[in-house]
Each structure stands twice: as C-alpha cells, then as structure tokens.
Ligand binder design. Structure first.
Ligand code: AMP
Ligand code: ZN
Length: 486
C-alpha cells in the first residue's frame, strides 16, 4: 500500500492518485454479464482487465470487496425501454423457463472465467434477487421529484434532474448536445422528454418475468439494478466503478443520475473503463455478428481462426495491451502471443534450478521497482510484460552460465517472477498439472510405504484403495512400488 498508484478516472478525464475512502478497504463494482447467451471474447476482455486490477490492488495490500453482478432480468432489445426481454425471448423459443436460460449461461460464464484464471468476485449478486431493493430505489427517486409515473410505468426525468445536477458529467457532454444527438427510443409517447429512461416498466400480459410493485406488475429498467446492488453491498459511496467503455454514455450516466437523485451522492470516486476488443477494427459484438466465443478460440472451431489457442495464450494476448487501448484480434498477433507466453513460462520453469554464486553481475531491485512503476501507472500490463521479458533474459543467461547472480538477488528474482507472473498477471503454466502428476504419485506412494513399514496397515491400505478408486493401481515388487493407470 506504500505504492503510489495512479488510475485514469473517466469522470475527471485525468490520471489521479488512488486514495480509497477507508484504507485498507477498497470497494469495487463492475457491471457483469447479461446471461441470455454465452459471453463472447470481447466481454471476457473486460473481465480479464478488472481481474488484473483486482489482483494488483490485493497484491499491494488492499482488502478489496469486488462486486460483479449477473444481469438475469434481461435487457430489452437495444437501449429502448420497449421490446422483448432477451432472456424471455430465448426461453419462449426453447420452451424453457427463463431461469433455465439464466442457469445455463451463468454456469457457462463461470466455466470460461475459471479457464481464463479470472478470480471469482467477492459477491456476485443477481438482478432478480434484488427486485425489492430496486423498487425501494424507485420510491426514493420519486420522492426526490426526479421521476414520474405514467400508467404503471415510472420514468426518470432527465431534464428536471439536469436543471439541478449535471446529467452528462461522466462523458463531459451537455444536455443540449445529448438531446441533439439522441434518436427517439421506444416508450416515447409516455415519456416527457427524449432522454428520459424507464425505472419501472409495466409488463404486457405475455411478459414472463414480472413482479408486483406499487405502480404495476412489471419489471425494473436495466440501469436500476447496478445502482441498487452497489448501494446495498458497497454503500452509497465507494471507490471504483467499472465496466466496458460502451457503458459510459447510457448505463453508467443513468446509474449516476439514479444514485444522485436518490441519495445525493456520486456513487464511486473512480470510474474505470476498459476499451473494446475489435475484429478488423470493428467492435466485437453479438449484434454485428463478428463475435466469437472463448470456447471457439480454445478449440480453434471458428472459420476466422487459423488454429486453437490455449486459455493462457488468450489471457496473455489480452494483457499485452493496456486496458484503455483498443485491441484488435488477429491470428498473427495471437501466434506472437503464444510464442511470448511460452518464452516467459520456459524462463519461469528454469528459476528453481538456478544456482547462486558468491558474486553478482545483476541487481534485481531496480527491475522489481520498474515492475511496480508499470502497474502503478494505471495498471500498465504491457510495460510490465516487457520488464518480465527482461527478467526472463536474466534467468536464461544465469542458466547458461553467462551471468552470475548471488543468493540475495536470486531470491528477489524468484519473488519478482512469482508475484508478477502468477499473482498479478494471473498466468499459470498449463502443462504443470500433467507434468507434475508422476512426482505427486511417487510422493503419495512413498507416504504409503512409510506407513506400511511402520506397520500402520490401516493407513497404507487406505492410500492404496483410495488410489485404486481414482484409477491408479499399485504393485509391490522387489525393486519398490510401481503404479499404473488402470
Ligand atoms: P453485456 O453482457 O453485453 O452487458 O457486456 C458485459 C461487459 O462486456 C460490459 O462491461 C461491456 O462493456 C463489455 N463488452 C462488450 N463488448 C465488448 C468488447 N467488444 N470488448 C470489450 N468489452 C466489451
Ligand atoms: Zn451496471
């Protein structure tokens, strides 16, 4: 925590020193996935970026409460307040309960997050689990006078709000500008103003996901859940709010308006936004039809891919770009990342076998400082990776006997690689599990033989039978004990 961390704040449009409200605690809210279909690679980029941020904050000593929601109430089509709930639409087509759709894609999302070594958040609340809180929030906004009811639906009055507050504060746009550049969206006949958005929507009879409320049987508007859940789990004011940059003009702008209207406070001090993963320069998105899924990348099963790429290659590829830069997907860039990742992990694997000398040709402290400097400069992972390649070069030279390193510097080098490669970047050796298996089995077999020679037959039999159950057979010979896979 002695680190001098600077983060780029979308709200102020500059890099600022990070000062949490009550250190060592940090509250961070990130908008999570909508679970009506599989999260695509672009979505995963955003979650990898916030995983890096979560990991680094934890690494430097903060106790982070990371909240990432699941949107399971279904956004309507586009940004409009009318149209069909996407979850319900899919449920009808597949003749399933909407919650079966939600369950299927939530499980799939978690699987992908685990493969990409993205740590689970501290709390993962769902929109449908917080309808009561959302209704309470609508009541508060109505009380403040910044919302109005029309025939069972409730809308936020943007122009009225803007007369007392700055509606376009997050992207630095004024209301006139926004009014001139907005299309007429759905529900227009009920709304007083073109920018007004729904807080509560009266459900049509055929609508599947609906709840009773003081205004109608209906469902919450899609910006409401994040205001309600961040407030519930992090309080009215917390440290970091994040998401993809595409959420700035509408979702996050409206979230801020809802929070200020209901409790007079800007919810988060630092607004962090990740840039988009693009394909041939175009944002990857489901609606543009240029998106592909993480599993397609891992299996190579998509016509735009030359081959399959492992989850850690994909993670490394993402981290080689700064989270605020766009990143264009391409086979050549992926192949370069695959090579780079292997080079880094090969060096990592040599670390344990390095021998210290009495003197040293290298000092590791300045390199370690540069790794921290990179991450303290708004989580600059590409610069960090360049420093880790320098560390790899040193490891290879020591291994080849071209460079001497003393014990203190060797320990520091090990600490640097472990901290930044494993803990901060969240990379792992994908071969390790398989390669370590024989070692692990030999270790267990030795434990069993030790028990046997101590005449602790209960334990030795328990180990033998346990291994048998998971598919390994032990055979005692004159030379020792062998194991075979059944
Ligand atoms: P969604 O499930 O569409 O609500 O999106 C989930 C998250 O992914 C949001 O934070 C979006 O901003 C982000 N996102 C969507 N498309 C991309 C993309 N192409 N690159 C990076 N992040 C994205
Ligand atoms: Zn949100």
């Amino acid at each position: 925590m002695e680190q001098n961390l600077f983060v780029y704040n979308t709200l102020t449009r500059k890099k600022e020193q990070f000062k949490p409200l009550s250190p060592p605690h940090v509250g961070m809210y990130v908008c999570g996935p909508t679970v009506y279909s599989d999260a695509h690679m672009g979505n995963s980029r955003t979650y990898i970026s916030f995983d890096l941020i979560f990991r680094y904050l934890t690494h430097i000593g903060y106790k982070v409460r990371y909240v990432r929601n699941i949107t399971d109430a279904g956004h309507l089509e586009g940004d409009a307040d009318e149209g069909e709930d996407k979850i319900a639409k899919k449920a009808k087509l597949a003749q399933l309960e909407p919650m079966e759709i939600v369950q299927k894609y939530t499980v799939g999302f978690h699987e992908v997050m685990e493969l990409l070594n993205i740590l689970p958040p501290s709390i993962e609340p769902t929109a449908t689990g917080h309808v009561i809180e959302q209704i309470e929030l609508v009541k508060e906004i109505l009380k403040s006078g910044y919302a109005y009811e029309v025939d069972g639906s409730v809308y936020f009055d943007v122009e009225k709000y803007n007369s007392a507050h700055d509606y376009g504060i997050l992207n630095g746009r004024n209301l006139e500008d926004l009014l001139n550049n907005t299309r007429n969206l759905g529900g227009q006949q009920e709304k007083h103003g073109k920018l007004d958005f729904a807080l509560w929507i009266k459900a049509k009879p055929e609508h599947l996901m609906k709840w009773p409320s003081p205004w109608s049987v209906g469902f919450p508007g899609w910006h409401l859940e994040c205001s309600a859940m961040s407030n519930k789990y992090l309080g009215g004011q917390f440290d970091i709010h994040g998401g993809g940059i595409d959420l700035v003009p509408t979702h996050h702008t409206n979230e801020i308006a809802q929070n200020i209207a209901s409790c007079g406070k800007m919810p988060a001090n630092y607004w962090l936004h990740t840039n988009m993963l693009t394909v041939n320069g175009q944002k990857m998105s489901k609606s543009l039809g240029n998106s592909f899924l993480p599993h397609e990348l891992f299996s190579g099963n998509n016509s735009i891919l030359n081959k399959a790429y492992s989850p850690m290659t994909v993670r490394f590829f993402m981290l080689q770009a700064h989270y605020r830069s766009t990143l264009d997907f391409g086979n050549e860039a992926m192949e370069a990342s695959e090579k780079g990742f292997k080079r880094l992990m090969n060096a990592f694997d040599l670390l344990d076998g390095l021998k210290a000398s009495n003197s040293t040709d290298v000092e590791i402290k300045p390199l370690l400082n540069r790794c921290y400097d990179a991450m303290n400069d708004d989580f600059n992972s590409p610069v960090l990776i360049a420093e880790l390649f320098e560390a790899s070069r040193i490891i290879n030279s020591v291994y080849d006997g071209k460079l001497k390193i003393d014990e203190d510097n060797l320990q520091l080098l090990k600490q640097l690689m472990k901290s930044f490669v494993l803990d901060v970047l969240g990379l792992k050796d994908e071969q390790a599990a398989g390669d370590d298996l024989p070692q692990l089995l030999n270790f267990i077999v030795n434990l069993r033989n030790e028990a046997k020679s101590n005449q602790d037959y209960a334990t030795s039999d328990k180990i033998r039978d346990g291994l048998q159950k998971i598919g390994f057979q032990l055979k005692d010979t004159k030379e020792g004990t062998n194991w075979t896979k059944i």
